[in-house]
Design a protein around this ligand. Structure first.
Ligand SMILES: NC(=O)c1ccc[n+]([C@@H]2O[C@H](COP(=O)([O-])OP(=O)(O)OC[C@H]3O[C@@H](n4cnc5c(N)ncnc54)[C@H](OP(=O)(O)O)[C@@H]3O)[C@@H](O)[C@H]2O)c1
Length: 260
């Protein structure tokens, strides 16, 4: 095993993924990068290589199983076996009762759940064969409770949280650790594109990246950040259902400028 584990990062071209790629490269970890946006990925790769990092990047859609397996095979050929997967690729948009849309639900599940599961599938045989590895899935607070303005997103992240929890014991027996990440509000394109009033200020992607780097190093079961989200999530998770319903009915009109 090399001194520094090789990390495969999906959703690496923008937002939290991009900041995490930069932070991991600064620590000297070899990187494999995947994203839909080939142009932004190429620019990031150039920037990282100019700074001395070892990087292999392939543009691929995590929902396209064959393309993803091919991309991971090319990356492995270039930077070596993947020791850590950071599955960060995700989509999210406002979904409300007056505009319920199963096409959007299907697409969100495809990227946020199936895309992560396929990313795991692509790296798992090697990890199991070596008897070690680390899988990090980026979920959301919206997966722990159903948020009435991000209905499809909440459903997809709830499914992802359950998926990661369910695979954890079987993978642990095979030497593979699973970390579920729950970021607070991070100032990225996805977050700023969803127009609602947030109860706390957004943090910067570089701050989020510091928590993800720590998760790579320490392999916790859960990584919830920043501190105010840990408190908020603890309150929301253990709040009785009737109380959560009432809270959401009250918060909705304050947080949104549209009917929900
Ligand atoms: N920002 C937050 O406040 C927040 C909070 C909780 C959780 N999260 C989660 O954090 C993760 C990163 O989000 P972000 O805020 O950094 O969003 P972002 O800035 O939109 O970055 C997401 C990245 O994923 C890529 N991507 C999307 N669909 C893909 C696909 N099918 N295949 C490959 N790559 C794909 C995007 O590529 P394109 O640019 O080509 O679309 C983009 O580069 C997501 O899983 C999100 O749900 C974010």
């Amino acid at each position: 095993m090399s001194a520094q584990p090789t990390v495969l990062l999906t959703g690496a071209a923008h937002g939290i993924g991009q900041a995490t790629a930069v932070a991991l490269a600064r620590r000297g970890l070899p990187l494999g990068l995947i994203d839909l946006d080939g142009t932004a990925l190429a620019a990031l790769t150039q920037e990282l290589e100019d700074a001395g990092a070892t990087v292999a990047a392939v543009a691929a859609d995590v929902t396209d199983r064959d393309a993803l397996l091919h991309a991971v095979a090319r990356i492995t050929g270039a930077v070596g076996p993947i020791e850590v997967l950071v599955a960060c690729a995700g989509i999210g948009s406002l979904t409300l009762v007056p505009a319920l849309d199963t096409a959007m639900l299907r697409q969100t599940l495809e990227v946020n759940l199936v895309g992560v599961a396929q990313s795991i599938e692509a790296v798992l045989p090697g990890m199991i064969a070596r008897g070690r590895g680390h899988i990090i899935g980026v979920a959301s607070m919206a997966g722990y409770r159903g948020f009435p303005w991000m209905i499809s997103y909440s459903a997809s992240k709830a499914a992802l949280i359950a998926y990661l929890e369910a695979v954890r014991p079987g993978l642990r027996r095979r030497g593979v650790t699973v970390t579920t990440v729950c970021p607070g509000f991070v100032r990225t394109r996805m977050c700023t594109a969803v127009p609602y009033q947030r109860p706390v200020p957004m943090i910067e992607p570089e701050q989020a990246a510091r928590y993800l780097v720590r998760a790579v190093e320490r392999r916790p079961r859960n990584c919830i950040f920043p501190w105010n989200m840990r408190i908020g999530l603890a309150i929301l998770r253990y709040m009785p259902d009737w109380c959560f319903d009432r809270l959401m009915r009250w918060v909705g009109p304050q947080a949104l400028h549209v009917d929900f």
